[in-house]
Design a protein around this ligand. Structure first.
Ligand code: FES
Length: 331
């Protein structure tokens, strides 16, 4: 161990005594590590095969419901999971291999001094002094102080402008005005809707009871809460959850396109498809609102509805997933 002196004020403590890993002294432990690494690499191979199989076998338009994620593309989900496992296992295998089986010899690498040579420092100092003299920075204290003040303050203008980004949305984008017991109100007539008034094949646009278009914040709220109501023959509903969340074939879906948020307005009665006019995303309202065409990457969120004692349609809670463009749910 080196001792401290004037040039090196801190004594070098040296390396602690080398401790052999169990794998260095026990061949069976080394073999166990070898098998673990091989297992991780094998799982990676299987996941890659799973990735290719998913790509070939899963239809592009198939959706699955995943808790916390909502309705998402089964293909994207399978590709993401299998590729994630494949990459993770390669990384984990390599780390385990390096930590347990690769060479465990400690090597000291001498650090080189990072300070510049004395002559370089002297030159930089001389240049600095010369610059300061030529600019008269030392003599013109008023200029020097005001310049420092100006340079210190100017970045504040950028900070102040951040305020224009508005308050943070927090969880506002995740919730709408729908809650248990809120009546569904016809957006055109302002009348609550009776289940018995909804004919098979009709399309009605709804808003939550109590939301008036003269209200402050109406646009923000209706942009999240706007609903489409259609009535199907219950036997035409293909999705089991959709049937459970409907009332005698009446289903309520968000009117906000999951692509970039246009209001959906075109309903094709025979096929139960709705079309977004902005980029032609098409959703099947008889099959969980899944996307059957266009750029939207996410099924339309469905609202669970029922009727109250007087026969009026009411919400049974808020949407279970954020409405509108799918990127909000990643925030
Ligand atoms: S906003 Fe609906 S398809 Fe683009």
């Amino acid at each position: 161990m080196d001792v401290a002196d004037e040039k090196h004020p801190f004594a070098d403590p040296g390396l602690p005594p080398h401790e052999h890993r169990i794998q260095d002294i026990d061949e069976r432990a080394a073999r166990r590590s070898e098998r673990t690494v091989a297992l991780l690499f094998t799982v990676s191979m299987l996941a890659t095969i799973g990735f290719i199989a998913s790509y070939v076998a899963i239809p592009v338009d198939k959706n699955v419901y995943i808790w916390t994620l909502g309705h998402i593309s089964a293909l994207n989900f399978a590709l993401g999971v299998t590729l994630g496992i494949a990459l993770f296992c390669i990384g984990a295998g390599a780390v385990h291999w390096a930590r347990t089986l690769m060479s465990d010899v400690e090597v000291a690498d001498e650090r080189h001094p990072i300070e510049a040579a004395p002559e370089v420092r002297a030159k930089v100092l001389a240049d600095f002094k010369q610059g300061a003299e030529e600019s008269q920075l030392g003599r013109r204290k008023l200029i020097r102080n005001t310049m420092f003040g100006a340079l210190a303050l100017v970045p504040l203008s950028g900070v102040v402008l951040l305020r224009d980004l508005g308050p943070l949305p927090e969880t506002k984008l995740r919730h709408t005005l729908w809650k248990k017991g809120t009546l569904l109100v016809n957006q055109n007539t302002d009348e609550p809707l009776r289940a018995s008034d909804i004919a098979v094949g009709s399309l009605t646009f709804c808003k939550p009871e109590g939301l008036d278009e003269h209200d402050h914040g109406f646009q923000n709220e209706i942009a999240k809460a706007a609903l489409m109501i259609i009535r199907l023959h219950p036997e035409d509903i293909k999705d089991k959850q959709e049937l459970e969340w409907s009332h005698e074939g009446i289903v309520a879906y968000s009117k906000i396109c999951t692509h970039v948020g246009c209001p959906i307005s075109l309903y094709e009665q025979q096929t139960h498809h709705v079309l977004c006019p902005c980029h032609q995303s098409t959703f099947d309202l008889s099959d969980g609102g899944r996307v059957i065409f266009g750029p939207a990457g996410h099924a339309l969120p469905q609202l669970r509805i029922g009727v109250n004692d007087e026969g009026y349609l009411e919400a049974l809670g808020d949407f279970e997933e954020p409405v509108g463009p799918a990127f909000w749910e990643r925030g």
